[in-house]
Every structure is written in structure tokens, then in C-alpha cells.
Ligand binder design. Structure first.
Ligand code: FAD
Length: 324
């Protein structure tokens, strides 16, 4: 089986990012998954058990003081040295802001192509790794491959449900010399206080989004109440963002966040193609809108034609009653 590198993102506090299980599962679909991590010297041991549970068959710890002190450079160097050692057919990374940059820089460095924002991966009959993408609001499914080697693939968070079986990985640790002369230095890391207590939109298992139909910032609280009743993240259409109901970080769609949750609930969102581009790969879509012609119903698994201010409070009451 071909070797496949799985780039594992580490947060500033040293924990493994929650994209890792899917990244390793995608690598396992393409071959033998090798988890690659740039870590501070002697800090990898505590991560082995978790990576074994995610199904990594080998783990490569590239130890360098540059990990966590400069942006992307250490991770790109770790992938480059792993690529030399394992000659992979593909490299898989999350489609997060940080991993996307690492993947793109690595691809540019070794002169290969990048398949961005994949929703699935597969091996073609001739053994070439390929990626599936969802375009134009999910109206088109595209399969892509690169002519160079390895294929560098970034995986949309939440898109792949499969998980690799737990393994007993072989661990390789090496000291990595990283040239940081021109790298962007991390001077300070500040964690933005999660003042909502809700899941992060990107990668959330459930999302409740509101649109212009909410009518005002005050009314948007209805979206938050339903999100809390479902334990969901809060999203929004661009119209709701432009109207100032919620910050831009909540925007779902072509120019916002692309989500693939198990459940996506759209409230007062018409379903313009630019919105659908960011949510159509959700597993189950529920739409509530008063216009039975709204295009959101074309992609919804369950639709309610009605006034959100009537339907949603009833829905919240029913959910609360069920909990009790
Ligand atoms: P509307 O289209 O106005 O829909 C509001 C809906 O609410 C209607 O269906 C209406 O029937 C319903 N409604 C009103 N009152 C009630 C009520 N009381 N009860 C129930 N239903 C009610 N949009 C995005 O969302 N994300 C993007 O990333 C994005 N990127 C874009 C990029 C470009 C280049 C462009 C040109 C546009 C982009 N847009 C994006 C904008 C997009 O085209 C739409 O304008 C936007 O999605 C509309 O938002 P909406 O559905 O909330 O508003």
C-alpha cells in the first residue's frame, strides 16, 4: 500500500486539533496513514495514544524549537522531511486556515498540485489518489487528481464521517533543523474567550443559521435559542451579516465558512446559490421559511412552510419538553 502523510495540526496549547481523526481517516482511505507533527522537543510522547485511537499506523515527530514559535515554516519542513523518508502518494491536511497554508506552501516547495476543500477522497483504478469536491452550491460534484506526486489534499472539516480503526503505531522521532530567517514569528498567542459556550461553527456537528427573515438583531436571539436547545453552532446568511445581526465570522457560504454538519437548520434563509455553496453537503437539512417557493426547499430534507416566529418557539418548546 502507498504511504500517505496526514498533517496533524497542533493548537498553541499543544493539543491535537479536532480535524485530526478525519484527516487520518482520509489518509487511511488512500493508503497507509502516517501522522506527521512538528513538535517542541520531547513533547510528542503524550500525543501517541490519541493518534493511535485515530488510526495512525505510523507517527513521525519532527522535533524543533521552531514549532509554535514561527508560522507554518516548521510544519512545512516536517512534511518535506517526511516526504523524503516515506515517498508518499498523497498528503492530507485539514482545510483550516492554518493547515491550508501549510499544505499550499508544501505543495509549492516540492512543485506538486493541491486539491483544496475536498469532501471525500478515493483511489482511482490506476492507483492515483483523487479528491471529490462539491461546487456551485453542491449542484456539481467534481473529482480531481494532480499529475505531480504527491497529491496534496485539504479536507473540508466535518465532511468525512468515516474513521480509521485504532492502531498500534510505530513512532519515529527526529530532530529537525528549520531555517526560520524569513519566517513570520509568533510573538503572542491570545485565546479569544468563547463567550457563547456554543460549538465552533467550522466543524460543528449541528448548525442553526438565520437569515434576513429574522428582521433584526434583537430577533436573531431566536436562532441562538434554537441553537442552544440543539447544542448547535450559530450561523447566518450574508444578508443577516450585512444587516449587522451577527458578526461576519458567522457567515455560511461561498464567501463565508463552508460547513458539513450532521444537521443544518436554516431559518428565514431563501437559499441563494452562494449560501448553498457553504452548507449543501450537510447530512440533514431542515428549512423553515414562509415562502414555499424559496430555493432552500430544493436542498432541504425536511421543510416547514411557515412563520419562523410561530414555528421556532414551538420547536424549542417541543425540544425542551423532550429533554425533560
Ligand atoms: P433573502 O434572500 O432576503 O431571504 C430571506 C428569506 O426569509 C426569504 O426566503 C423569506 O421568505 C424569508 N422570511 C422572511 N420573513 C420570514 C418569516 N417571518 N418567517 C419565515 N421566513 C421568513 N450569501 C450567503 O449567505 N453566504 C455567502 O457566503 C454569500 N456570498 C456571496 C458572494 C457573492 C459574490 C454574492 C454576489 C452574493 C453572496 N451572498 C452570500 C448573498 C446571496 O446572494 C444572498 O443575497 C443571501 O444569501 C440572501 O440571504 P437571505 O437568504 O438571508 O436573505
Amino acid at each position: 500500500m502507498a504511504n500517505v502523510l496526514a498533517h496533524i495540526e497542533i493548537s498553541p496549547n499543544g493539543t491535537i486539533a479536532n480535524s485530526a481523526p478525519a484527516v487520518i481517516a482520509a489518509a487511511a482511505k488512500l493508503g497507509t496513514p502516517i501522522a506527521v507533527l512538528a513538535v517542541q522537543p520531547e513533547s510528542g510522547a503524550g500525543l501517541v495514544q490519541q493518534l493511535a485511537e485515530f488510526g495512525a499506523q505510523e507517527i513521525y515527530f519532527a522535533e524543533t524549537p521552531a514549532a509554535g514559535t514561527v508560522l507554518a515554516t516548521a510544519q512545512v519542513a516536517a512534511l518535506s522531511s517526511a516526504a523524503e523518508a516515506w515517498s508518499p502518494s498523497a498528503v492530507v491536511a485539514a482545510n483550516s486556515v492554518e493547515s491550508r497554508e501549510v499544505a499550499a506552501r508544501f505543495a509549492a516547495r516540492i512543485g506538486t498540485g493541491i486539491l483544496a476543500d475536498a469532501v471525500d477522497v478515493s483511489v482511482l483504478s490506476d492507483g492515483t489518489p483523487a479528491a471529490s469536491h462539491s461546487y456551485f452550491g453542491g449542484d456539481y460534484s467534481v473529482e480531481s487528481e494532480v499529475t505531480g506526486k504527491p497529491a496534496v489534499i485539504t479536507l473540508r472539516q466535518g465532511a468525512m464521517e468515516e474513521r480509521a480503526p485504532t492502531s498500534s503505531p510505530k513512532v519515529t522521532t527526529a530532530t529537525l533543523l528549520v531555517e526560520t530567517g524569513s519566517a513570520a514569528v509568533i510573538e503572542q498567542v491570545r485565546t479569544a474567550a468563547a463567550n457563547t459556550g456554543r460549538p465552533e461553527l467550522r466543524g460543528a456537528a449541528r448548525v442553526v443559521s438565520g437569515g434576513r427573515g429574522l428582521g433584526s438583531k434583537e430577533n436573531f436571539v431566536l436562532v441562538e435559542q434554537l441553537a442552544d436547545a440543539l447544542g448547535a453552532a450559530v450561523g447566518a446568511s450574508r444578508a443577516a451579516v450585512d444587516a449587522g445581526y451577527v458578526p461576519q465570522s458567522c457567515q455560511v457560504g461561498q464567501t463565508g465558512v463552508a460547513v458539513s454538519p450532521q444537521l443544518y437548520v436554516a431559518l428565514g434563509i431563501s437559499g441563494a446559490i452562494q449560501h448553498r455553496a457553504g452548507m449543501q453537503t450537510s447530512k440533514t437539512i431542515v428549512a423553515i421559511d414562509k415562502d414555499d417557493d424559496a430555493p432552500i426547499f430544493d436542498v432541504a430534507d425536511f421543510g416547514v412552510v411557515g412563520d419562523i416566529f410561530t414555528v421556532v418557539p414551538q420547536l424549542i418548546s417541543a425540544l425542551e419538553a423532550r429533554k425533560n
